[in-house]
Write a protein that binds this ligand. Sequence first.
Ligand code: PHE
Length: 379
Amino acid sequence: MLTRQLFILGSLGILLSGFTGCNKSGGDTILIGEFASLTGKEATFGTSSHEGTLLAIKEINAAGGVLGKQLELKTEDDQSKAGEPANVVNKLISKDGVVAILGEVASSRSLEAAPICQENGIPMITPASTNPKVTETGDYIFRVCFIDPFQGTVMANFALNTLKAKKVAVFTDVKSDYSKGLAKFFKEGFTKAGGQIVSELDFNGGDKDFKGQLTAIKSAAPDAVFIPGYYTDVALICIQAKQLGLNVPLIGGDGWESDKLVELGGAAVEGHYFSTHYAADAASPKVTAFVESYKKEYKGKVPDCMAALGYDSVYFLVDAIKRANGTEPAKLRDALAGTKEFDAVTGKVAINAQRDAVKSAVILQIKDGKFKFLETVNP
Ligand code: PHE
């Protein structure tokens, strides 16, 4: 036990002791597991969701905990790498004995962990993975975010109706389940609504040179290009598109959301659009209160959507633990499945029969290096 704690503290620095600061002897605490990309290619995803998660736990513990117990969080870094989610989630379940798992942001990594949670009968809640296959893994897998058939349709309608784009090119990361799924749902929605897909090209997440594909896309003369990627790749794609004179709106989904998108992409990401889960500048009391406490906790940093979803995932779990009157896995699972109305920072959530959250999306535009709220789209 002692060795294990030393190991965790060693690997996570002082974060855990600083934030959870509660009785670690077991018995009096409810141990929750979290796996996140704290380092590596999508480090901002994991860092943000982790910070939101910690903030919620801190608030709940300060208010007396749950059913008389304090919450304790055990976090593992999967380094944004395939193969790691399975390792760390196995460890959280078998060695640490967590009662539930929170994670991941990226769909491919949630898909890797979900079968392990399902086989062990440990509820898993992904804060932000939007690929439908994640919850299809089994009845112990939940999410607090919408799914990509919805997100793809939202952007298809936006392209057609708001941007008046009739011909669109789609540029997909074939290494990512998220990207492949979102590309497919966008194309279905766009063609069904009367639009035309004039070019379809692929890249591999982590590539550095996209000029060949972007040249081919340019020659198809699209009115807009849909790029369902993650921010590191998207920033480079936007830069190279601009260099090639591909001057049409570039549009994408939640994977674009990171301060790094603007930091890396600079002027090349200006004016473009993406859909996501919440807008920090939306005028709702729940959002404002969250943004204020997050800024207080993290030196004035404005929470992105992963931070909000990580925060929501904890309250969602705790709401179910209360209704289940404990953490017995089958009862907890039933309580999670029975969530009919949950008031999250990212909007009102109802869990449907597929254990997915039915809720609204927002569309943002990158304006003067900031994410500007354009509209909310209801399901
Ligand atoms: N929805 C993305 C996925 O499923 C993850 C993501 C969520 C990325 C929110 C950014 C913001 O892979």
